[in-house]
Design a protein. Structure first.
Length: 97
């Protein structure tokens, strides 16, 4: 299922990660694992934020993905199912028969 990941990193922890090189390594590791179709990084809600759209194969992945952000970046973490335009069209077509 296509998911939108949103992680807002703790400023103090991510500042230290920038200085010691662990933040770029963490992002590379997560991108390698998830292979997102899109990844964006922006200041949102007053802090460093990562947004990724990826295909979640199994709900058990939530644990591993979340723990990386929780333990290594003191991040607030969310996952939400999302659709692209083709998915929306398919869903709307199913409503009308």
């Amino acid at each position: 299922m296509r998911m939108l990941l949103r992680a807002r990193l703790d400023t103090h922890t991510s500042n230290a990660g920038v200085k010691d090189g662990s933040l770029p390594r963490l992002m590379e590791e997560i991108i390698e694992e998830l292979k997102p179709e899109a990844a964006y990084f922006a200041p949102l809600d007053g802090g460093r934020t990562c947004l990724m759209v990826f295909d979640m194969q199994d709900s058990s992945q939530v644990v591993g993905i979340g723990e990386k952000f929780f333990q290594e970046a003191d991040a607030e973490f969310e996952l939400n199912p999302v659709m692209n335009l083709d998915d929306l069209k398919k869903g709307l077509k199913a409503l009308t028969g």
